[in-house]
Design a protein around this ligand. Sequence first.
Ligand code: NAD
Length: 498
Amino acid sequence: MTTAAHRTTFDSLNPRTGDVVATYPVHTADDVALAVARAREAADWWVEIGFEGRKEQLNRWKGVITRRINQLAQIVHDETGKPHGDALLEAVLGIDHLAWAASHARKVLGTRRVSPGLIMANQAATLRYHPLGVVGVIGPWNYPVFTPMGSIAYALAAGNAVVFKPSEYTPGVGAWLASTFEEAVGRPVLQVVTGLGPTGAALCTSGVNKVAFTGSTATGKRVMAACAETLTPVVIEAGGKDAFIVDADADLDAAADAAAWGSFANAGQTCVGVERIYVHKDVYDPFLEKLVAKALSLTANDSDDAQIGPITMPSQLGIIKRHIDDAIARGGRAVVGGPDAVGERWVQPTVLVDVPEDSVAVTEETFGPTVTVARVDSMDDAVEKANATRYALAATVFSKRHGVEIADRVRSGMAAVNGIITFAGVPTLPFGGVGESGFGRIHGPDGLREFTYAKSITRQRMKPLLALTTFARTKTAESQLTQLMTLLHGRGGTIDPK
Ligand code: NAD
């Protein structure tokens, strides 16, 4: 959204060089209110055109994004510092989710008849899902396309208008998404407001009908508190401390490769990234050797073909350093990297072993290219340690025979077996966490329903057999009801008289 006079602006910086990428307005509470009012007007049209109309419009937007995918990847690269190929990959996933949401909204949310049951057999019962109105989306910087698209695409496909507040580290990505939408659709059904925390806070209290927040757990709590004032519902997609479990029968080459990607890709700045590895004692040594070899083959630097980019948010460098220092001060060892791995902008891959389970390197989200590796006696031990966290976002398990069984025992919203972060690329699967990783779901049918309210309608088809909800109800009707209930539900749990 661009409005006339803005008192202040802020710069989006390239984390590889510190150069200014572009300058954006700090939108005030008044600007946010204006965007929400415009969105509310546009929402009327958006609802009116129905599922098919919205699908057509969203597919048009999808076409524009896809044809200019390299331009989008370049902005992501410039603003986050991540390799161009990684930026491309996240844009691809974002497009795939947009396509899925657009083409499945009618099937998931359209009117359907449901069985009225025996007691209400004279009624026709229908269920449909109505859009909420205007959804406020607040996004992070680490996956500035894929992450907000999980809310934006699903909220739009469900019939809502969206006001999006991207992270102050990636405003250009948000502005690009809104301008391509404007070009494809020509109405302010998706708008962007830019700014820092206060702009996001203003969106929470602007009268939007739901807030979809993705970011840190601490900010998620503030968002929820602000929304509580007006009983505005929220989806919270927050931080994680994901575990990676290696069973004795795992393919160790594949496991080490996946663990390295999960821990170090995007410089470890991934909500569903790997932060803790638990390895069965029988394969601990060979697994660690393979992981170390992988880690040593990677460097974070500013060359164009670097596999690991810089730390996007400079303040994170101190947190990463504190976690490594704490691990080492408490008896841990760095078998790759260590305290010196933390530079001015780049952090080199770091593998920590023998770290006590109550070190902050194990208990708090590090959000850097570091990982702890611990030996476990059994898969029970691995599951217990994986679950000893206040976070519960995702998990990975490598096991030939028991992967799904182990994955199911880990308390997390998602899990990948013998692969890494694979669930995020399956649009039909809901995405979200438990505990301090948040609640609510984006993606899949649950992600569409998240941005709607259920509307239940009963229509009387014929007079009821038993007239019960009238002051003319008879004793006979009551006793017939009792008989019917005994017939239907009276069999279970009878007590043996002897
Ligand atoms: P953050 O919490 O600092 O910021 C997220 C967004 O909230 C930004 O747009 C910011 O401007 C805004 N904000 C800040 N204060 C606000 C306030 N008081 N009210 C409303 N909005 C406010 O998070 P971040 O550093 O941008 O992102 C990294 C975090 O996001 C990590 O913890 C990561 O795990 C998490 N994350 C989670 C998921 C997920 O799906 N669960 C996905 C990506 C990132």
